[in-house]
Design a protein around this ligand. Sequence first.
Ligand code: ADP
Ligand code: ZN
Ligand code: ZN
Length: 729
Amino acid sequence: MSILRVALDVPLARLFDYSVVGEVAIGQRVVVPFGSRQLVGVVMACGDTSTFAPERIKPVSQVLADSAPLSSELLALLQFCSDYYHYPIGQTVMAALPAPLRSGKPLTRKVPEWFRLTECGAALEMADFPKRKAVQRRILTQLAEQPCSLAILKRLSATASAQVKALEAANWIERFTPADELIAVNNAIPHVFREIHTLTPEQQRVVSAVTGSEGYRCFLLHGITGSGKTEVYVHLMHHILQRGGQVLLLVPEINLTPQLEHYFQQRFPDAALVSLHSGLSDAARLDNWQQAQAGTAQIVLGTRLSVFAELPKLALILVDEEHDSSFKQQDFLRYSARDVAIFRANQCGIPIVLGSATPSFETYHNAQTGRYQMLQLTERASAAASLPVVRCVHPKQNRMVEGISEKLLSAIEQRIERQEQSLLFINRRGYAPVLMCGDCGWLSGCPHCAGKMVLHLDTKRLRCHHCGMQMRVPTRCPDCGEADLQPIGSGTQRVEQVLQTRFPAARILRVDRDSTQNKRAWQTMRAQIHANEVDILVGTQMLAKGHDFPALTLVGVLNPDSALYSSDFRAAEKLFAQLVQVAGRAGRADKAGEVLIQTAFPDHPLFEALRTHDFTSWAASQLAERRMAGFPPFMYQAMLRAEGKVEEAVYDFLNQARAAAMALNHAVDVLGVVPAALPRRANHLRGQLLIQADSRKVLQQFLRAWQPALSALPAAKLHCSLDIDPLEF
Ligand code: ADP
Ligand code: ZN
Ligand code: ZN
């Protein structure tokens, strides 16, 4: 009889003991009774004693042997996340698994795409084999030498898939599940690498620095847009694939994964590449996860959740656009996939490369102080491409047409004449952010939130972007009854309308969350843009990321100013990153690009740095401010949030938490209690308490001491969370 310590998906910070006859591997999935339910859990430890009385320990109901046990490395990684993010171990472990592994249902196994000769196949006399079946002959010869995967057979001929079926039907070959050694031998077979560029000397230096490093090392690849960071990733992958290792590439946007997958597969036509993101079906995600776990997937490309994939031969981690806030999960386990990836690289003793044109100040600071190694690409890779010219347009000093300057409009006109594309970037969807009564000043506030309802003219509705509340656009003011209702400010729909009036013949495409709700819509739009079937693009940040639109030569930025004076101390950092990215869309091919920014603060250091393409001074000035003000990266933060229907309950909870924190007398600042930036959402009142310390260690020590007091506080009917290294304020 052994005692298993099992991680279960319950909100308690502990493991649960169960008994089992015989032995069960650590990392194995089991089904156990929990109260009146049967839950799936993962065995974290195994022993022969328990602190509980024997009669209280129930036996395991079932050992789920249809999946391989989780590795001790992955379990250690999850334990670290549970400790660091102060999130229950059971919920941390279960959240990392693809859905089918969280359920007790039998797994449907995909037939492996590996082949070997059957006895009949091995007995074939190749000399007698029909000459005209050349591909089949080649496949048989290859398999006689060594069983292998379909990917490798495909190198012999493009028709391999069909020929394999024929050979299977003839009972000459069969499918089988490969053993580890065989996978290793197969992965070591030289793969096809489409080398389309000779690396520039700068790129070569970066590649050599990473391939020449030993053990764990964190690199910041700081390269301007178009400097060929992707090409660097490709060469690093090639290096790892040649040595039979696995590469994990983390990317921020689920929207970008199909495109990137296609790109990398083209560069490595026969490599086993799988993607992991929330857009996959449960079955597909499980299949890809298992290929990663088996070591057969050589390149794993995924969004933040893929940082928890099993990768037995992991040899390199790449994090593209490392500054992107989508690497941070904003609910449940509030982890930063970038930070977890760094921990993981350290744990495995392998290099990790964080790539960005605008690194986060945390990362940049670490590179400056030598914790990370800074690698720079300072020039555009393709000799023809130059950086765009950036200029500011002051709305008060220029003729404006419904929020768009005449300068920008005539620049667009020129592009239309030259059959080039323009992009107008505005980070606000809908027609106008608010509707106002010209008579009494009524504003379209949301009845359930502290925010305003946004006017959507296409559906003739007012919509709250916080809680989803919708209503018909009123024809008269609900307060005074006058009909003088006016949209205030602009969103993408209004910009689209203004452009339509001005350029009736132009082909205008709006890209935002509303216009791309349909899954295929965005793909179709991208194809249209590439085929140059679009003259003007109007869109939100969706358009800013990683797309290469060769005919685009003009970018207009509307209304960026609100971010300059936001209460979020990272707002300017984010705006700069976004604008560098949109500006980077202009003039990537052989055509020079131009960027026009409409701002009332053209002398702000942010625009100054954009004009001069000078991230270094921008970062220096911002970091100096952060140091003065005592903000990250010079301080480490944790945010306790609470929300509930009763205001008093929310603030009582936070105030008691505050009192408990003060009583501990640790070297931390306890800031708050204050209302959240959006103090009411969907009829829930929201408050927060910020803790700051000048070292990670001090903060963690404090949080460990604080935790028992927090758990003891009455929090019924409240939704509370602790967010370590928070990004949202
Ligand atoms: P980044 O990811 O840094 O923005 P990309 O990797 O997308 O840049 O590269 C920008 C452009 O430069 C691409 O069109 C790419 O094909 C091209 N490119 C990259 N490396 C080279 C090279 N060594 N020589 C010529 N062109 C290159
Ligand atoms: Zn009114
Ligand atoms: Zn609302």
